[in-house]
Design a protein around this ligand. Structure first.
Ligand code: ZN
Length: 296
């Protein structure tokens, strides 16, 4: 829904640009051939080049090309979610695997640097590269770091790999921790009634990119401050007692999926009997697979 709307918005922008060119042609301000060239370049903004440098670790060549095709495939979707007027993200992204870098990965301008040591051991982790590509697209002028990292992880976990959504933050965590905590929190705000927020990410992203971000945006967009949302989230119990067994939402209540829970390990079928919601804990793992909302 959100994605569709934003794609529409992106299209609208293109149409607006195209109509401006037709207007200029009509006014004889640019010649016909120049306008054709500009229209062609507009239709080509989907082109995306991802260069990968594995010269320091030739054994990562296969992984590198897998990451490149993954990023190429996801780039247009993420660019559309994070679109804003008069902004085009870089059309070339350079990925380099560095043997002397000991973190996971980082982004700077249109370059992503990944650690050789890390990716040798974690070749399933394309998600961290998607997170870095979000930073390349974000190009923020002014944004709190929790939000920059929160949006990057929100794209990663709620758009790119929804099966790996983070769990509800614990009381010792705070949205200013950023990353998965902030990603979960952003989804909570998006899902909050009266659901005025389907385009929340669009407006927050726009302000961060244009350097106009201020904390007042939350109240303006959603009617509540960011701290009020945080308190709401922490005070909303994500579990209960249904047909005498404890249940909880599957990672995010917005997904509508739920499961019966266990005190033990995920999917161990250790269902817990209950007679009231107080006996159940929202941080317990799912005892079995998740059910859709209307499952009874
Ligand atoms: Zn980051």
């Amino acid at each position: 829904m959100t994605l569709k709307r934003l794609t529409k918005h992106h299209l609208k922008l293109k149409l607006l640009k195209a109509s401006r060119i037709i207007f200029l042609v009509a006014m004889k301000k640019v010649n016909f051939f120049t306008s054709l060239l500009i229209l062609w370049s507009l239709s080509c903004t989907d082109a995306q080049t991802i260069n990968v440098d594995t010269s320091q670790a030739p054994d990562l060549a296969n992984f590198g090309s897998r990451v490149a095709s993954e990023l190429k495939q996801w780039y247009p979707k993420i660019r559309d979610i994070l679109s804003s007027p008069n902004y085009s993200p870089p059309t070339t992204i350079n990925i380099k695997f560095d043997k002397d870098y000991n973190g996971v990965a980082y982004a700077s301008e249109n370059q992503i640097v990944g650690s050789v040591n890390y990716y040798r051991k974690n070749q399933a982790d394309a998600g961290s590269m998607v997170h870095e590509m979000v930073h390349v697209i974000q190009h923020y002028k002014k944004c709190p770091s929790w939000l920059t990292e929160g949006i990057a992880d929100w794209i990663r976990y709620f758009v790119y790999e929804p099966d790996r959504k983070p769990k509800k933050p614990t009381p010792d965590q705070h949205y200013t921790n950023g990353y998965g905590v902030a990603a979960y929190f952003l989804q909570f705000i998006i899902d909050s009634p009266p659901k005025l927020q389907p385009n929340m990410i669009y407006w927050v992203n726009k302000d961060c990119r244009e350097g106009t971000y201020a904390d007042s945006i939350w109240k303006r967009l959603t009617g509540k401050t960011v701290d009020q949302h945080w308190n709401d989230m922490m005070n909303t119990k994500e579990s209960g007692c249904y047909k005498n067994y404890c249940w909880s939402w599957c990672k995010s209540r917005g997904s509508g999926n739920w499961c019966y829970t266990t005190r033990g390990k995920k999917w161990d079928r250790g269902w817990v009997k209950c007679s009231s919601p107080d006996e159940c804990n929202e941080y317990w793992e799912c005892a079995n697979e998740c059910h859709p909302k209307d499952y009874t």
